[in-house]
Design a protein around this ligand. Structure first.
Ligand code: ACO
Length: 323
């Protein structure tokens, strides 16, 4: 059977680093409050004129380099983002042009913080159906542009960045020993729309609007939904939690991540954590964390890697990969 094998990953963070202390000079907050409640210490913020497509292109170029592949070998670009350059066309088409690609397909996927998990699942299905032999899956965001910088309950939580992986069709035996994406699960529940949304858009207010969130409610759903979707995904692949070498969770909040790790019985040294340095970069957070753990040699060929995320919608999901 066909399996979508990860050939390489890459990431990009804007140069400017903003500390909790710097935010505490603008809104009524403190480093202590932010670290205690979220684990976040710093975040990167895009420069003026630096757009989601720019971050995405840099991450994609690095992923291609690591995969040893030319951009011209890519059949499909799937870009997960909730902060596109424009309402349309898809930011993926800007990345396609930046990479000098003139063939194949490019489109965006919008599932907020679950976007990368959704994007991987979509690309994997298309590779397994024979629609594409290779794919770039990117998560890229400039959440700094949709934050209300006077709202201390949200502006301290997010950052900008991008990460990408290159997938290529490979062959497996249909067992958990195959390299590639072993299983994915996607869920959403639109009744929970009001817990996390942006209060604007082209069809309603014409302008982009600002992020609004009921943090405590989102927190409760995250812990329950993530534990369930992880179990569901492991079952599909016929694996037990003990088989996981690395948990690479969406980096929203250290307390949510610790909770999921505990439910899986994983020791904290098997959980990749970047939320302290990156804050919540929405769809970019998982590929940014993946890139960090691959670059420093933690994630290696043959390892079982579990990705999970929850975000606005609500949406949530997981992918299980043998690296
Ligand atoms: N600094 C200081 N005080 C603050 C701040 C801040 N930045 N933000 C809120 N507070 C205050 C509130 O005003 C409130 O004060 P009050 O008691 O006088 O009214 C108090 O702190 C407690 O506020 P809560 O919102 O109840 O605090 P909580 O312990 O729930 O922590 C947090 C808030 C960190 C947002 C938490 O709920 C959370 O992490 N939720 C998950 C949200 C999330 O990660 N969303 C990301 C997208 S979804 C996802 O990726 C999973």
């Amino acid at each position: 059977m066909i399996r979508s094998v990860v050939e390489g990953c890459g990431a990009y963070l804007p140069e400017r680093v903003v500390t909790n202390e710097e935010l505490a000079r603008k809104v009524d907050t403190s480093d202590e409050w932010i670290v205690q409640r979220t684990g976040i210490r710093t975040r990167h913020i895009a420069a003026e004129g630096e757009f989601t497509s720019h971050l995405a292109t840099r991450a994609a170029s690095r992923a291609l380099e690591r995969a040893g592949m030319a951009a011209s070998a890519i059949d499909m670009i799937v870009l997960a983002t909730s902060t596109p350059d424009q309402t349309f066309p898809a930011t993926a088409t800007a990345v396609q042009a930046n990479l000098g690609l003139t063939r194949g397909a490019a489109f965006d996927v919008q599932a907020v913080c679950s976007g990368f998990v959704y994007g991987l699942a979509v690309a994997d299905s298309m590779i397994r159906n024979g629609m594409a032999g290779t794919a770039l899956v990117i998560g890229a965001e400039t959440f700094s542009r949709i934050l209300d910088w006077n709202d201390r309950s949200t502006c301290v939580l997010f950052g900008d960045g991008a990460g990408a992986v290159v997938l290529r069709a490979g062959h497996g035996q249909g067992t958990p020993d195959d390299r590639g994406i072993l299983a994915s699960t996607l869920h959403s529940d639109g009744r929970q729309h009001d817990l996390l949304y942006v209060d604007g858009g082209p069809s309603t207010t014409r302008t982009a609007g600002y992020l609004r969130m009921q943090g405590r409610e989102v927190f409760k759903h995250a812990v329950t939904n993530l534990a369930a979707v992880v179990g569901e995904t492991l079952n599909k692949a016929g694996l037990k939690p003990e088989a996981i070498d690395w948990l690479v969770p969406h980096q929203a909040n250290k307390r949510i991540i610790d909770g999921t790790g505990r439910k899986l019985g994983l020791s904290s040294d098997k959980v990749v954590l970047t939320v302290d340095r990156h804050a919540n970069t929405s769809a970019a957070s998982i590929p940014l964390a993946l890139d960090a753990a691959v670059a420093d040699g933690r994630i290696r060929r043959g390892h079982v890697v579990l990705l999970e995320a929850m975000g606005g919608g609500l949406t949530w999901g997981a992918n299980l990969i043998r690296w």
